[in-house]
Write a protein that binds this ligand. Structure first.
Ligand code: ZN
Length: 460
């Protein structure tokens, strides 16, 4: 609905579709849920969430087999490998983690830190590569581990459609593992691997049955893209992205969360900025570089829309010279109780001194707001830098600014409503962003990337 409103709006103000008569970039999304999980060994049935658990990451499954291979730790590296037997088409069982030698060093890494190959992700993809049908991870602290991830299992979220899914995998408790291993004792096996620094595997005659029933839905979100071409025959190939997420958190406990500040304010700013650039263009006020107005979706699900865009850019990222992101610009926070003439800027100086200087200059020349850099400090505990869409652009090395007026008591509550907004503030901030984009569009040179980001971009 919102996407349609915006695309109609862009059409009405004379911005043509960016390609194939559409303003939408479709974002393939999935939501997966496990309805039932049944596992039995022999004629004993084990209980989901009590004896074993998994995440809803793989398709509905039905496996029946008469044997299972115990395969050490399920690790495969040059120095140490558990894969010295053919396991194609088998269900395997492995210990979680990485074996230690008698001095307490991890055998694969040789040190005090576990090797990346001992992570469950690595083990999973290795097992898939080897043609394994399903994998059991024997978990020492089963209950603790389960409690830690219970919320994630009970409330599976929306994510981008995975191009590849893992094989069925299950964390199992020690009791279940003991039943499968029979006369072979877990502690003995672990000790043996540790002292000999070499794997053990066992083919075990057990009837195993694994059945999952899923409730998976696949659907699309929409990024909306309004491309306004610049006037310079060469520089028009470079673009400035102005983005804001237009989704919010929906209905929770029967209450509609409107998200007036978060992020109808940013979205409204985008629409006005688009109109201003269009008007300039129509009335002969030329700007050189092109502008991409980008209302993005699924931000609240984990910045998915902007992530999808930078991974599947409709305009080359190499020509994308800056990203301006608008997320919540309509309220005052507790640090500015009496003066709405401020906005937090985050990230402006993190990749490019030019961008920061241009931003400061544009503000002084046109708008004169109080630019507050409190949250621009990498040590700030709020970590806002990581929490909105410019982050995905910055990760790709594109100089970016995040415009934000701070949190308030209605943040992510159904009380984030329209009558609480300070319209002059939204308008003024939108002007600041417009002028900054205008100056970027017409600058002689694009902002040079001359700095190492003091925010650690490998955080996730
Ligand atoms: Zn937001």
């Amino acid at each position: 609905m919102a996407a349609e409103y915006m695309s109609n709006y862009f059409k009405d103000i004379g911005i043509p579709p960016y390609k194939d008569s559409t303003y939408y970039q479709k974002i393939p999304l999935e939501k997966r849920e496990l309805k039932t999980v049944n596992i039995s060994v022999g004629d004993k049935r084990y209980e989901y969430k009590k004896d074993h658990y998994t995440y809803p990451n793989f398709s509905q499954t039905e496996i029946k087999t008469n044997n299972i291979v115990f395969l050490g730790y399920g690790i495969d590296t040059k120095n140490y490998s558990d894969y010295n037997t053919n396991v194609e088409g088998n269900v395997i069982m492995v210990f979680n983690g990485e074996p230690k030698d008698n001095n307490g060093n991890y055998i694969v890494s040789g040190g005090k830190e576990q090797s990346p190959e001992s992570s469950y992700r690595f083990k999973l993809s290795k097992a898939k590569e080897k043609g394994v049908k399903a994998i059991f991870f024997v978990t020492e602290n089963f209950k603790e581990n389960y409690n830690r991830v219970e919320h994630k299992i009970e409330h599976p979220g929306v994510s981008l459609l995975k191009k590849e899914e893992p094989i069925p995998f299950f964390y199992i408790n020690k009791e279940m593992a003991k039943d499968i291993l029979g006369k072979h004792k877990i502690e003995k096996l672990k000790k043996k691997i540790s002292s000999k620094k070499t794997t053990i595997n066992k083919k075990l005659k057990k009837t195993i049955s694994i059945t999952t029933k899923n409730n998976d839905t696949f659907f699309y979100g929409n990024n909306v893209l309004a491309y306004i071409e610049g006037a310079d025959p060469v520089l028009k190939n470079e673009i400035i992205v102005i983005t804001a997420h237009y989704d919010h958190i929906g209905v929770i406990d029967g209450l509609i969360h409107n998200g007036a500040d978060d992020n109808a304010t940013g979205t409204a700013a985008l629409l006005e900025i688009a109109a201003a650039f269009q008007l300039a263009k129509k009335t002969g006020y030329e700007f050189k570089r092109s502008i991409l107005i980008f209302p993005n979706s699924a931000e609240e699900k984990g910045l998915l829309g902007s992530y999808y865009y930078v991974e599947n850019p409709e305009f080359p990222l190499g020509n994308t010279i800056a990203c301006l992101n608008v997320d919540m610009i309509g309220r005052m926070d507790e640090f500015h109780p009496n003066d709405s003439n401020y906005v937090y800027l985050i990230g402006s100086d993190k990749l490019s001194t030019d961008l920061h200087n241009l931003s400061e200059k544009s503000n002084k020349k046109y708008v004169n707001m109080d630019l507050d850099y409190t949250f621009n400090d990498p040590n700030d505990p709020n970590r806002f830098y990581y929490r909105s869409d410019h982050y995905n652009f910055a990760k790709k090395g594109i100089p970016s600014i995040f415009y934000f007026s701070g949190v308030h008591k209605d943040y992510h509550k159904h009380t984030d409503t329209v009558e609480k907004l300070i319209y002059e503030k939204v308008e003024k901030t939108a002007r600041l962003i417009f002028y900054t984009a205008w100056e970027l569009s017409n600058a002689e040179k694009k902002p040079k990337v001359d700095k190492k980001n003091t925010f650690n971009l490998n955080r996730y």
